[in-house]
Design a protein around this ligand. Structure first.
Ligand code: A5P
Length: 230
């Protein structure tokens, strides 16, 4: 359960980013509790006359945006975006991130990679010296998931298949895949080496490391202030 202060920090970061959205932008919208505030503020701005179009990184985000009358465009009608705004689970001083706590990592990474810029909106607790305390989400195909997980464990990466909210089924992403959350016993001094080791396994669809994607980071604090890191 998120505490009130953390929610204030998330909202402050999200609003600061939403206030920088300009007319006629085509925007990618991420997923999560921080993005929830971004969608609310963006909807207010659209209501006040801002003209934008958006694409969503998850069914959840799409439904929320449509509910708030934000114009959503079909992702298959666009090839590039002006900006993506999204949260993160961890971010280090090099702006390397772990994402996918909400299970939307594949679509989030696709949107970020299509964008000229990525604004990351976080509360200050997401800033870390080294990645790795937050489990690393890996999206894997349900087909041969046991074999994929076996290969990961053979490489020394232990974790568990994410379970759905009903606690009876495995969590299934919007793409029909599973999420395997890898837990690390030590901080990751070289996350790129972990990425390179995992990537060749065929059943892996996407890895929750986001490197070289974040451009500006909006860090919200519990007093409602925001620091922007460029
Ligand atoms: C969704 O899959 C994630 O990548 C989120 O962006 C991330 O988990 C941050 O979520 P919160 O804003 O809810 O903390």
């Amino acid at each position: 359960m998120m505490n009130l202060e953390t929610n204030i920090a998330k909202k402050a970061a999200a609003y600061a980013a939403a206030d920088l959205i300009q007319d006629h932008m085509l925007i990618g919208i991420g997923t999560g509790t921080t993005v929830y505030h971004f969608i609310n503020r963006l909807a207010e701005r659209c209501h006040e006359g801002l003209h934008i179009k958006a694409v969503a990184s998850s069914r959840k985000t799409e439904l929320l945006a449509l509910e708030r009358n934000i114009p959503i465009t079909d992702i298959n009608r666009v090839v590039a975006l002006d900006l993506t705004v999204d949260g993160a689970d961890e971010i280090d001083p090099q702006k390397r991130m772990i994402k996918g706590g909400g299970g939307a990592l594949l679509r989030e990474k696709i949107l970020a990679s299509m964008s000229r810029e990525m604004f990351v909106i976080i509360d200050n607790h997401k800033q870390v010296e080294h990645l790795g305390a937050f489990p690393l989400p890996i999206e894997i195909t349900p087909f041969a998931s046991s074999a994929t997980i076996y290969k990961l464990t053979q490489l020394g990466f232990d974790g568990k298949l994410r379970v759905a909210a009903d606690e009876e089924h495995f969590f299934v992403t919007d793409n029909g895949n599973y999420i395997y959350d890898i837990t690390f016993t030590k901080p990751l001094l070289h996350p790129e080496a972990v990425f390179d080791a995992i990537l060749p396994i065929p059943g892996i669809v996407e890895i929750g490391f986001f490197f070289n994607l974040a451009s500006q980071v909006f860090v919200g604090y519990e007093d409602g202030s925001v620091q922007i890191l460029s």
